[in-house]
Design a protein around this ligand. Structure first.
Ligand SMILES: C[C@](O)(C(=O)O)[C@H](CC(=O)O)C(=O)O
Ligand SMILES: [Mg+2]
Length: 301
């Protein structure tokens, strides 16, 4: 990996090096830093995460391209770890899909996944999903592939067909999407390792298994997924769910007790925060620049 390598190249390298590549959701730049420190080689910007965490909205196709781009840019500014981005249905017709791909590449995305649901999409693990035809999704994939400005940007095609059309139809769709140029496939809402195996046996590109919590897919281990041939495994919202639970506990305790003492052990300390941010290096830089022990220079006042 060279300094010049594109984000897409870094993502492809990570997929080649780690099987299956663990891809973990980060809802903001600070979470991205934490994930990186934990050793993950790829990050994820979840559509549900943008909707839920950044806008307080459900994952029902309400957020738009600009909302996703903003979150992606903040994360890619903070880390060089490649980022897979959920672009839902691509935010419109062929030219809109192309614009989505270009904007996200500019924002530093390494990979995008586009799905075959209708524009008024649902979460992949909820009932009531409707799909566009295979032909329409093939057009989406072609538009996305054609719009690449980083030739190594990964275009991943997601199929939600398992729920409404069954496993065989879902695999056939995936094959058609790969034929149309998709670099990788996202097999959504698999019920079993055999489901995953059905994809990996027939689809000639890396297949992602989405191990989101409280959904349709059991919590398969990396080892089990490797045996089933998965190329990537996604944990889109795990940290967000845990952060939310911790926040509930802290808000509740402060409100009930009139002090935070009972929940201090749930908090990262100031020193730990600074460690992650490299805060002291910034301070040293100030001292170096302005040489005023502890006092800031004119530019910082
Ligand atoms: C992966 C996903 O598309 C997301 O936006 O994170 C969601 C995750 C979830 O709702 O748990 C999905 O699977 O539809
Ligand atoms: Mg999503």
């Amino acid at each position: 990996m060279t300094e010049q390598s594109s984000a897409g190249r870094r993502f492809r390298d990570a997929v080649a090096d780690e099987r299956p590549l663990q891809v973990v959701g980060a809802i903001n730049a600070y979470s991205a830093l934490l994930a990186e420190r934990a050793g993950f080689r790829a990050l994820y910007v979840s559509g549900a995460g943008v909707a839920n965490a950044s806008y307080g909205l459900p994952d029902l196709g309400i957020t738009q391209l600009a909302d996703v781009v903003e979150d992606v840019r903040r994360i890619t500014d903070a880390t060089r770890t490649p980022v897979l981005v959920d672009i839902d249905t691509g935010f419109g017709g062929a030219f809109s899909v192309a614009r989505t791909v270009r904007e996200l590449t500019r924002a530093g995305a390494a990979a995008v996944h586009i799905e075959d649901q209708v524009q008024a999409k649902r979460c992949g693990h909820r009932p009531g999903k409707e799909l566009v035809s295979t032909a329409e999704m093939v057009d989406r994939v072609k538009a996305a592939v054609d719009a690449r400005t980083d030739p190594e940007l990964v275009v991943m095609a997601r199929t939600d067909a398992r729920a409404s059309e069954g496993l065989e139809a879902a695999v056939e769709r995936a094959e058609a999407y790969v034929e149309a140029g998709a670099d990788m496939v996202f097999a959504e809402a698999m019920h079993s390792l055999d489901d995953i195996r059905a994809f990996t046996d027939r689809v000639p590109v890396p297949v992602l298994a989405n191990i989101t919590e409280f959904g349709k897919t059991p919590y398969f281990t990396v080892e089990e997924l490797r045996e089933a041939g998965a190329g990537l495994v996604l944990y889109p919202l795990s940290a967000f769910r845990a952060m939310s639970r911790a926040a509930e506990a802290v808000y509740g305790a402060i409100r009930a007790d009139g002090t935070q003492e009972r929940v201090l052990d749930r908090m990262q300390t100031r020193e730990e925060l600074y460690e992650v941010l490299g805060y002291h290096d910034y301070e040293r830089k100030l001292d170096e620049l302005f040489g005023r022990d502890g006092r800031t220079g004119g530019g910082q006042r």
